[in-house]
Design a protein around this ligand. Structure first.
Ligand code: TXA
Ligand code: MG
Length: 332
């Protein structure tokens, strides 16, 4: 078993492995990441192989300080406005915000999916920060799950999915935020949210004092993909998922075993569930974000015919939650 409690010695071992070009999984405040040296093509290629991820889907670079962010980007290709916005966003770090900027030439172009932009963030987790502090390079880290499956929020989740493909999994306990970072592009005059996440559009707009767009293929469910990473089917358990709002009679008359994830203890459902989990008991979206992926995984392991999931209002963190749920329930 290659899971190690994230004590200083294990973190040190992890940094040594990363320097050697190996893959290391580590906790962040959002989800566990599958890390590799972002300047090493061979190491970055191994991430894509371990995840079964399409090579055109770019990775997020993780660093421990604002100075190290400057080292990932080509400042000469940043407009004045982009640099101003980047400065204004600094108070979100360390935290669940990834920013897309022009890529510096020494970053592996495999990490950026062949593109000339790069997403960077400073994660807000003591284990991640200690590890990144020991690395003289940015660490490319997608969520540490097989491509299209649910992101991992514990070391055991990582182990059960890609355990055999990583040299070391640092165990820092369950992730506090539980849903991924917001991915924000500063490449255009108007900043664009490429993936909604824990930091909300309203928070960014207030900070930048300007309008921010959200581009997500699931804000309009039939819209074409706007980013190579925004696959429609994503975060998907193996068991079929239906959102409570789109249930039809035949879903629960023909499904023998149904598991349900609710966001409110007063919610009534029109069928008998064999398992009920409450991601929150009081419609608290912060709690839902924290528990949702763990609940989906746990029901996916429960030999069920159908997983039914509650919905929440699409505002604040609810936008990111509904984005994940629409993808989890997507069927070709
Ligand atoms: O919270 C998180 O962001 C976690 C933790 C580990 O930091 N990471 C994560 O990475 O969720 P991943 O690879 O699962 O998702 C990265 C997302 C993808 O949707 C990808 O397409 C987008 O970020 N992305 C990364 N770089 C991009 C770029 N240069 N242009 C457009 N989208 C980009
Ligand atoms: Mg992911």
């Amino acid at each position: 078993m290659n899971i190690h409690f994230a004590a200083p010695e294990a973190i040190h071992d992890a940094s040594r492995l990363l320097k050697e070009g190996a893959l290391v999984a580590f906790p962040t405040e959002t989800v566990y990441g599958l890390g590799a040296d972002a300047t090493n093509d061979r190491a970055v290629k191994a991430i894509f192989e371990a995840k079964g991820r399409p090579s055109n889907n770019p990775l997020i670079l993780h660093v421990s300080s604002p100075e190290k962010i400057s080292n990932c980007i080509d400042i000469s290709r940043c407009s004045k406005r982009t640099l101003e916005n980047l400065n204004l966003l600094m108070p979100f770090w360390p935290g669940p915000l990834s920013v897309i900027l022009p890529k510096a030439s020494h970053i592996s172009s495999l990490a950026t999916g062949g593109g000339d932009t790069v997403a960077v963030r400073i994660p807000n987790h003591p284990v991640a920060l200690s590890l990144l502090e020991l690395c003289p390079f940015p660490v490319a880290a997608p969520s540490a799950n097989r491509s299209t499956y649910i992101s991992p929020t514990t070391a055991e989740h990582v182990y059960s999915g890609i355990g055999s493909k990583v040299s070391l999994i640092l165990d820092g306990g369950p992730c506090g935020v539980g849903i991924e970072s917001t991915v924000l592009s500063l490449m255009e005059e108007t900043p664009v949210i490429m993936r909604p996440g824990y930091v909300t559009k309203e928070q960014i707009e207030e900070r930048l004092d300007c309008h921010v767009e959200i581009k997500s293929s699931t804000t309009h469910s039939n819209a074409p993909h706007v980013s190579p990473g925004l696959l429609l089917k994503h975060y998907a358990p193996h068991t079929p998922v239906k959102l409570i709002d789109s249930l039809v009679l035949s879903d629960y008359t023909t499904s023998k075993k149904i598991g349900v994830i609710l966001f409110d203890e007063t919610r009534e459902i029109p069928f008998d569930a064999c398992v009920t989990r409450y991601a929150s008991k009081s419609n608290d979206t912060t709690e839902v974000a924290q528990h949702l992926f763990n609940d989906l995984r746990s029901l996916d392991n429960g030999q069920l015919d159908l997983i039914v999931v509650d919905t929440c209002e699409r505002s604040g963190i609810g936008i990111a939650i509904m984005d994940r749920l629409l993808r989890a329930s997507y069927r070709e």
